[in-house]
Design a protein around this ligand. Structure first.
Ligand code: ADP
Ligand code: TRP
Length: 331
């Protein structure tokens, strides 16, 4: 069975874009693979969140993932900072990584532009820590979006370099987990092509939103005055509403509103009411689980304790071997 690993940034509540773009694939992946999912709290320190934000973000992300269907019986779910082996491997790897190659990483250059007053060493070494996350479990596959491809490539470079320097065939080279055509992009409610909390909070419908909030957000979604001629292509904001409907509504519902649009009879108010109702119904079971989990700290603690133990069992032998290969041995 392939070992598949993914890091989840603790950014707080998850929205429908995260669900269809990432979470849903994780839920499928855990059926067929030996999956490791961890919340990358060390990585989030590179942007200096306040301690209370960090803590609540880790908890909220954990809850949303569990509520949506990540199964701690099937996958190993843990928090990065519960696995100190990652720090040791990261340090050991760093000795064979060059400052120049880190300075050329696109995500680093982007951060330098975005937070010029906080260009900390953690940002520079971000790809080393990420490589350690992956290599510590000797994972085969890593599901990554476009923005993370370069990091994965560096992980392969570091692994290969380690093998080469020490003349061993120890680390295997992890590859991207390919979802093929299942990759979807969920648009925002603000007319933008991507639902994203970093771009615009108002574009997002969260898995933890109540029916009232969902309705309010959807009713405010950007539209126009409607088509004036039959069978015209749709402007972006309208296409977005249809794309959201395709994600959560029954095919007949989508077909009905397509027909209304093409015949210039569409009433966006009716369409939005329907979309809000279908989103609410789609989210309802997840929402219910979120509410349950929020008041069940004992269960959450059990999940992460268990996850940390399993992650440790997978990581400890790697660090032991690497120490040995490097020459850190008892005298
Ligand atoms: P945000 O853009 O809201 O900050 P993140 O970057 O934290 O979201 O997203 C985490 C993961 O969720 C991404 O790697 C991507 O796979 C997925 N994702 C986020 N937004 C969308 C979207 N609108 N459509 C599809 N997938 C998305
Ligand atoms: N850098 C990833 C992101 O921003 C999160 C992450 C950290 C990760 N370590 C990882 C992803 C290891 C995959 C594997 O989304």
């Amino acid at each position: 069975m392939d070992k598949v690993l993914s890091g989840i940034r603790p950014t707080g509540f998850l929205h429908l874009g995260n669900y269809f773009g990432a979470l849903r694939n994780f839920i499928k992946m855990q059926q067929e693979n030996d999956c490791y999912f961890f919340i990358a709290d060390y990585h989030s320190l590179t942007t200096h969140p306040t301690p209370t934000d960090l803590r609540s973000n880790v908890k909220n992300v954990l809850i949303d993932y569990l509520a949506a269907g990540l199964d701690p019986e099937k996958a190993t779910i843990y928090i990065q900072s519960d696995l100190p082996e990652v720090c040791e491997l990261s340090l050991l790897l760093s000795m064979n990584v060059y400052v120049g190659e880190l300075q050329r990483v696109s995500s680093f250059k982007e951060k330098v532009r975005r937070q010029p007053n906080n260009v900390n060493a953690g940002l520079l070494s971000y790809p080393i820590l990420m490589a350690a996350d992956i290599l510590v479990h000797r994972a085969d596959k890593v599901p990554v979006g476009k923005d993370q491809e370069q990091h994965l490539e560096m992980t392969r470079d570091f692994a290969q370099r380690f093998n080469h320097i020490y003349g061993v065939d120890y680390f295997k080279l992890p590859v991207a987990y390919n979802f093929g055509q299942e990759l979807v992009k969920i648009p925002g409610l603000d007319g933008s092509t991507k639902m994203s909390k970093s771009d615009n909070e108002n574009s997002c419908v969260y898995l933890s939103d109540t029916p009232e909030v969902i309705k309010k957000k959807v009713m405010k979604a950007v539209t126009d005055s409607g088509p004036t001629e039959p069978n015209q292509p749709k402007p972006q904001a309208i296409e977005n509403l249809f794309a959201l409907m395709r994600a959560v509504s029954a095919p007949e519902t989508v077909q009905f509103f397509e027909g209304e649009y093409n015949e210039c009879r569409i009433r966006y108010g009716d369409m939005k009411k329907q979309l809000a109702a279908d989103m609410t119904a789609f989210i309802a079971p997840i929402h219910e689980r979120i509410m349950e989990l929020r008041s069940n700290d004992e269960y959450l603690r059990k999940v992460i304790r268990n996850g940390a133990e399993r992650a440790h069992a997978s990581a400890a032998p790697t660090v032991r071997d690497v120490r040995e290969i490097i020459g850190i041995k008892p005298l």
